[in-house]
Ligand binder design. Sequence first.
Ligand code: F3S
Length: 430
Amino acid sequence: MKLSSEEKRILAGEQGEVMAKVMKTLVMYGDTFGAERMAKVTGGKGHLVTSFGLSVMKPVYALMDTLIEAGALSGQQFTVDPRPLDPKVPSGALEKLLFKVMYSKQTAYEAQLKKIGLVNDDGFTCTCYMNEVGNVPRKGDVLSWAESSAVVYANSVLGARCNRNSGIIELFGSIAGKVPYFGFLTDEGRKATWIIEVKTTKKPEPQLLGSAIGMKVMEEVPFIKGLDKWIGTDLSRNTEKGRAAADYLKDMGAATASNGAVGLYHAEGLTPEAKTSGKSLIVKGAKTYIIDDAELERVKQNYPCIWKNTAVSPVLCFIGCPHLSVDQLKSWTARIEGALAQNGKEKLSIPTVFTAAPGVLKEFRKLPDAEKLTNTGAVLSEICPLMYMNNPLCAKKPVITNSNKLRTYTSSRYYTDDEILLKITGGETQ
Ligand code: F3S
């Protein structure tokens, strides 16, 4: 890799031994992926994936102490993924005890994050790019992020440039203000090698469409045709239509990134680069994947359910992985109210947790909808459902979700939004 004289001086120890190691790590990482040089991080804020104070992550805490002592702090402030704990989320006594032991380092770790550059106490969410959170990259910004759902959103919906980095590497990029120039940072790396033709007869479920695309293209870049027919061509978060389309792509993208390893997609007539460059983004010889109703059904039917007893009634439902927007919370409130009235009920029949960013929940709580939703027994939380599920006790619980990411990484069972609505409002007994 060709380094600038400043980068060479840092590597030689001009800013101390710890900064030299930070730079050395980034250079080794870049060399591994054939990077030509370093690129300057230009996005306003970073975003870290490691938000949890797991007691076993001792090397991370030691590393954080080393960075803090050496003054190797983040050159930019950062947001971080959601917290793993929230006492409001229904849990048994044994689970509570387990969480206490598992995440015994949470408070100490959060103190370390603050010293290094965490934006504030409300910076814990995977949807850092929402206006209410304020970590919104501009088109062309170079980022040092790792959370896969946020990276795919920033690259695709906002037109920023970020690789699917791993945890800690993204922190090092924020500290140094540099990231290796390869992959999605380059024009070539942003070209599509797959054409996806959406030919459904109705608006496809975003979580299913993303899952189908992800499992087909894996880490390659798809160019999606036919989606504008269903969600329009506006992606501005300043209009209702634009926010709805952006939320759709948020959920679809998270599924592409977790069911496969997609870090960037283009949607014809919709996403910023597809709007400006169109089909010139597609490489010669790109493969084609046609998605129709039957294909989506095939994908859904093939999801394994790893519950011991698949006939058992669910004990918990998570909605909001990735975290929900204010509009999505409002929409769920209206749909739940309507369905409960139709089913002659007042309360949800399955304990249901709606998760969103702290800033989003603050805005939502200003609306009458928040009280309406919590009056049904629903819980509003800032938690990461995956962190909640990721232990032997919760893994045994029959939990349902509308998130294809949560289904992929945990024992939870996936249902579409309509199916979930029926189940939690008592329209279906199981
Ligand atoms: Fe966000 Fe946690 Fe899901 S980080 S995307 S809520 S797994």
